[in-house]
Design a protein around this ligand. Structure first.
Ligand code: C5P
Length: 328
């Protein structure tokens, strides 16, 4: 995430995430699943602006830049983003103001939306994380950052990654428990991605239900070779070894997952995978040029959304809150 001062408040640019690895280790007593996942933030990004209000209300307005916001089919919910209190942005700010002891503080939020919903790209979580950071910048200070981490895990399993997943500028982390326990990881180089999102979304709870009971015939997969590749780089012809246990259950919810997989496999890439619980997939490419060529071909005759993205880089959140508050 990148935080800046705006005309009458603050602005955050917040990336989406892809899961380079996702294994489900078991079902917990609270109904959630224990995960071992490696997430990387990539440059398909939303923007949020916050400005103060004196009447205690929290309002949200959503806008789509050109090329975003147009559904591809009647059942395409990618751009149905609620503007009421069911949006995680409003929930995040409401919980934050109570935790800061400022329950009468109000704000207007403007969301410029590029990350599609129901895609497994963590768009709702990214926006919630950005709202917490903007709320702290407006109403508190960097020492309140710890409070946002506690609120984050109650909002969704992916929110903490967007607050804590940074190491040496890259946002790459191994995430365990429900996904909210974050261990940032080193990354050797900028990676180039094509993100492909079909005209049908996946519901996270539905995909986890389709996974069914976990009975291990063999040991669970582990991300060790992927982590070595991320830390030290891979040879020019090598595959990255991406993996997602939720591929098979997601395929049971819509045939678009497999259609998208086959479509991507027509191209020369270095590994493709479902992101999170889908429905978006991504493939890794050797160069930006190669990735952008695939994007333009998929857009022209694929009937699906396609975006170029690269690994996101920005400094840690506390450092940024301090800088922006000192500037203002
Ligand atoms: O945490 P989040 O709100 O994103 O999760 C949405 C749903 O996905 C949960 O209600 C749960 O059904 C499922 N889930 C799960 N195990 C996880 C994360 C999510 O079963 N670790």
């Amino acid at each position: 995430m990148i935080i800046e001062k705006s005309l009458d408040g603050f602005r955050a640019t917040v990336p989406c995430k892809v899961n380079l690895f996702l294994e489900v280790l078991g079902k917990r007593d609270d109904g959630y699943h224990s995960l071992d996942t490696v997430m990387m933030a990539v440059s398909l990004a939303d923007e949020l602006e916050i400005s103060p209000r004196t009447d205690g209300q929290l309002t949200l307005s959503v806008e789509f830049p050109e090329g975003f916001g147009q559904p591809l089919a009647n059942s395409d919910f990618a751009w149905r983003i609620p503007e009421d209190s069911s949006n995680l942005i409003i929930k995040a700010l409401d919980r934050l103001r109570i935790s800061l002891g400022k329950s009468d503080a109000g704000a207007n939020i403007r969301l410029i939306k590029r990350i599609p919903a129901m895609a497994g790209l963590g768009g709702g979580s990214a926006d919630a994380a950005a709202a917490l950071v903007l709320g702290i910048t407006l109403w508190g200070n960097a020492s309140d950052f710890e409070k946002s981490r506690t609120i984050a895990s109650g909002l969704g399993s992916d929110v903490n990654f967007f607050l804590e997943g940074q190491k040496n500028g890259f946002w790459l982390a191994r995430c365990t428990k429900r996904g909210e326990a974050i261990q940032p990881l080193a990354c050797f180089e900028t990676l180039h991605f094509v993100i492909v999102h079909p005209p049908v979304g996946c519901g996270t709870a539905e995909v986890f239900r389709a996974l069914g009971p976990i009975s291990w015939d063999e040991r669970p997969e582990n991300p060790e070779s992927l982590l070595r590749a991320l830390e030290h780089g891979v040879g020019p012809q090598s595959q990255w070894g991406v993996f997602n246990r939720l591929e098979t259950p997601a395929m049971q919810t819509t045939d678009w997952i497999d259609r998208t997989r086959k479509r991507i496999d027509r191209y020369n890439h270095r590994g493709q995978c479902l992101s999170g619980s889908g429905s978006a997939r991504f493939c890794l490419c050797a160069t930006r040029d190669q990735a952008e060529k695939i994007v333009s071909e998929l857009r022209t005759n694929g009937g699906m959304r396609a975006y170029y993205a690269q690994s996101w880089q920005s400094s840690g959140i506390e450092e940024q809150i301090n800088r922006v508050r000192n500037e203002s």
